[in-house]
Ligand binder design. Structure first.
Ligand SMILES: *Cc1c(COP(=O)(O)O)cnc(C)c1O
Length: 359
């Protein structure tokens, strides 16, 4: 049976990226050696590293004073790398979910944290507005898409201090004005590749302002100094995940780039939300104006609560994978990242309508 993958991450990848990864495992770049076995100092690999950074710059129109780094440790390590590199005394955070809370926890190791606003009062079902960013903070940290709750900041905000964004689950889903940010980071495994690599887009002039020592591996400048030599390889990089990222970004480019992705993503999300709003069995959990175009969260309508398990089973029989909601929201979550084809969204909608009819 055909499977439709709605997993939240790791998640569906473009088929062509998977196919070239399989080929590269057998033989990388006509070297006669597979990508899992090459040296990361092979010229062919150095070319892939450079091309991957160039694809990032091209697709997101990243200005020249920014660097793109590919690091191990996932987005979770960036929760501490960011304050380690930027915090002198105080940082400001917008608390929009569990990931933001985890970032806050790590920042507290480095100084004072001011939570400017939180949506915890309503189980993070909305994005707070009308808060003030303190002008004396070293940086302001936001999570642009809240993967678990299905809320998303749809616009690049203005900040009087360095803006830092965790864009793990909406990077490359829409055009971003990179110049508004000091740092954009995330794990690759939601929209730009498999698990095992994190991306960090950093404006160079914000670094090196600390008067405390910083460990070599934590210091972004360590990895940047090697980018100068076009390598971003102070130590062994996550070779295979970066290769799949390279292939994924090539696919984004071939499809027309981030603008084209955005158009398609908005279309997919609108179709699914329309069905949730129409179908009397279901109800969306996120505030309408903050609904994510990447993670669509919904539950059974109060009057039909007892049918939740039945719907999950019904959907499973029709090939839907990964639509069980996160335990902190319950119900269902369909993650419809870039690589999720529109046919998968159509199949899920059909499944919801069929369930309604047999009800
Ligand atoms: C998945 C996710 C993370 C955690 O990423 P890891 O790479 O597993 O550390 C952090 N932030 C957001 C918004 C996420 O969706």
């Amino acid at each position: 049976m055909k499977k439709y993958n709605f997993n939240a991450g790791p998640c569906v990848l473009p088929r062509q990226a998977v196919e070239s990864a399989i080929d590269a495992i057998r033989d990388f770049d006509n070297t006669g050696i597979g990508i899992l076995e090459i040296s990361h100092r092979t010229p062919g690999w150095e070319r892939i590293m450079k091309e991957t950074a160039d694809l990032w710059k091209e697709l997101l129109q990243i200005p020249d004073n920014y660097r793109v780094l590919f690091l191990g440790g996932g987005a979770s390590t960036q929760f501490l790398d960011v304050p380690a590199n930027l915090m002198k005394k105080k940082a400001a955070y917008l608390q929009t979910g569990v990931w933001a809370k985890k970032a806050i926890k790590e920042a507290k190791f480095y100084g004072d944290v001011e939570i400017v606003a939180s949506s915890e009062d309503k189980n993070y079902s909305y994005i707070p507005r009308g808060y003030t960013i303190p002008a004396d903070a070293d940086y302001f940290h936001i999570t642009t898409n809240n993967t678990i709750y299905g809320t998303e900041l749809h616009e690049d905000i203005d900040s009087p201090v360095t803006l830092v964004a965790d864009m793990s689950s909406d990077i490359m889903s829409r055009p971003v004005d990179v110049s508004k940010y000091g740092i954009i980071y995330g794990g690759a495994q939601k929209n730009v590749g498999p698990a095992g690599v994190a991306f960090v887009i950093v404006r160079e002039d914000i670094l090196g302002k600390l008067d405390r020592p910083l460990q070599t591996m934590l210091d972004y400048r360590t990895h940047i100094s090697d980018v100068e030599k076009n390598r971003s390889m102070f130590n062994t990089p996550p070779v295979f995940p970066i290769f799949v990222m390279h292939e994924t970004l090539k696919w984004v480019k071939e499809l027309g780039g981030v603008e084209a992705m955005y158009k398609l993503n908005k279309e997919k999300a609108a179709m699914l939300y329309d069905e949730i709003d129409r179908n009397p069995l279901f109800v969306g959990t996120a505030a309408k104006e903050d609904r994510s175009i990447m993670n669509v969260c919904f539950v059974m309508n109060e009057a039909h609560k007892e049918k939740e398990a039945a719907f999950l089973e019904f959907a499973k029989e029709r090939g839907m994978v990964g639509i069980k909601g996160h335990r902190s929201v319950g119900g269902f979550r369909a993650s419809i990242y870039n690589a999720c084809p529109i046919e998968a969204v159509e199949a899920l909608i059909q499944c919801m309508q069929d369930f309604e009819k047999q009800d």
